[in-house]
Design a binder for this molecule. Structure first.
Ligand SMILES: [Zn+2]
Length: 216
């Protein structure tokens, strides 16, 4: 069996392509249009894996699938190839946030590690969200201040629509001439990080935001 090679966000991306195809089938679009949609989806999926082996490309290929149940089987099969989020202990988390004396920890026993791009949890009592992610091979964590908006909007991390909170964080980057200057970064993100992890299809924003926040 091929080793696991899909990341959660890549699996979500593939799932999104399948949804688009299934919608086209349901709408009874002309066969040429449907074939073009399938070809495009296939190309986009293969593009995600520039160094995929022939075996992996064969696994990812959805061009021969005919109906809903075949698409479901395809996703079911691919879900076996999703790499788990690295196992992390409460001790490691505490070390990651040394300044948070009363750090509220997530329930690590209840997590599905194959469905995480990042580990995120809230401490709503103190309006905080914690985000842990493996950035360039190293586990990093940041703490953000969140203000729930009570509204649905587009999340910056997953680009999905859902209940969002305004979050802000402060970078450690200081300007040489002004050592008291701290730059605040703010945006809207999903309140519920497990929902966000179901929708995220690429890590561009997440990584850029983490890099900017952790910049020294
Ligand atoms: Zn989100």
């Amino acid at each position: 069996m091929t080793e696991k090679f899909l990341k959660n966000e890549q699996f979500n991306f593939i799932k999104k392509q399948v949804t688009l195809i299934k919608e086209s089938i349901k709408k009874h679009v002309p066969p040429t249009v449907l074939n073009a949609t399938i070809d495009l989806a296939n190309a986009k999926i293969v593009d995600l894996f520039p160094s995929a082996s022939a075996e992996q490309i064969a696994l990812l290929d959805l061009s021969k699938l005919k109906n809903d149940s075949e698409y479901e089987q395809y996703l079911q099969l691919l879900s076996n190839y999703v790499v788990d989020f690295p196992k992390i202990s409460e001790q490691q988390l505490k070390k990651m946030f040394p300044k948070s004396k009363k750090l509220k920890l997530p329930d690590l026993s209840n997590l599905d590690y194959s469905k995480l791009t990042y580990l995120g949890w809230n401490d709503l009592g103190s309006n905080k969200k914690y985000v842990v992610y493996e950035l360039d091979g190293k586990m990093v964590g940041i703490e953000c201040r969140i203000s729930p908006t009570g509204k649905n909007n587009i999340c910056s991390i997953c680009n999905g629509h859902g209940e969002v909170a305004f979050f802000s964080t402060i970078t450690k980057a200081k300007k040489a001439k002004n050592p008291d200057y701290y730059k605040a970064i703010g945006n809207l993100i999903c309140i519920d990080s497990s929902e966000c992890n179901k929708k995220i299809t690429n890590v561009d924003y997440l990584e850029a935001f983490l890099k900017e926040t952790l910049e020294k």
